[in-house]
Write a protein that binds this ligand. Structure first.
Ligand code: ADP
Ligand code: MG
Length: 225
């Protein structure tokens, strides 16, 4: 199958101003990610990885450059338009899980479908299906504090997948996990994304995991190297 471009960044820059100080978090980043591609993003702390993820995830806008996502130019959209694209195209997985503490796995996973305007019964059916696919069919009614770290991150992966996004942005998703759980979450992401044809951008400091991705990007001091 021919590779289709999902994401194309050209000359993306991000400048923060704090008082009289300017910080150039990104300095002219070019990047392409194909549909269904599993990409590792590496780089030292403070190099701009999270800034890049926030821009890719339409949580933040660049100060220069262009961003094409699934044939849409998202560089100049307003907040409402960005929110819509985010809900439809992007799933997030964070290092700290970011689950609602008082809600069950099922409620956490179904939540993005509420924002997508899906009816209750269909939400539950879909959330159960995805929880099953991440191996948590027997943990539907557990709350986050009744789950292990690895299980919590599986819930977060299920939540990211539930809308069938074009890409999952995972910012150090295995950073808080022991080696065995980290491996499990990594393999889960690889498997489910291959099954659904979802692309993944996976931030990691672990060269062994990066080696197992389709390609590795390296950002240093706000630039791709
Ligand atoms: P990484 O995720 O690779 O550790 P970040 O993208 O978080 O790096 O940060 C890149 C640089 O931008 C750092 O120097 C950081 O201090 C700065 N930075 C990040 N977010 C902000 C912000 N909201 N305001 C000001 N500076 C920021
Ligand atoms: Mg970061």
């Amino acid at each position: 199958m021919e590779k289709q471009v999902l994401i194309k960044l050209q000359d993306i820059g991000k400048r923060y101003v704090i008082g009289s100080e300017e910080i150039f978090a990104l300095r002219g980043v070019d990047l392409e990610i194909y549909k269904g591609e599993f990409v590792a993003l590496m780089g030292p702390s403070g190099s701009g990885k999270s800034t890049l993820m926030n821009i890719l995830g339409c949580l933040d806008t660049p100060t220069k450059g262009s961003y094409i996502l699934n044939d849409t130019d998202v560089s100049n959209l307003n907040d409402n338009e960005l929110a819509e694209i985010r809900n439809k195209e992007i799933g997030f997985v964070f290092q700290t899980f970011n689950l609602l503490p008082r809600s069950s796995s099922l409620e956490n996973v179904a939540l993005p479908l509420v924002y997508a305007g899906i009816a209750k019964e269909a939400r539950t059916t879909r959330a159960i299906e995805v929880l099953d696919s991440v191996g948590l069919g027997n943990r539907m009614y557990h709350k986050p504090n009744e789950l292990s770290g690895g299980q919590r991150q599986r819930v977060a992966v299920a939540r990211a997948l539930v809308n069938n996004p074009a890409i999952i942005l995972a910012d150090e998703p295995t950073g808080n996990l022991d080696t065995k759980s980290a491996d499990g979450v990594f393999e889960l992401l690889q498997r489910v994304c291959k099954e659904q044809g979802t692309a993944v951008l996976f931030v990691t400091h672990n060269p062994e995991l990066a080696e197992r991705c389709d390609k590795t990007l390296q950002v240093i001091d706000g630039k791709m190297v």
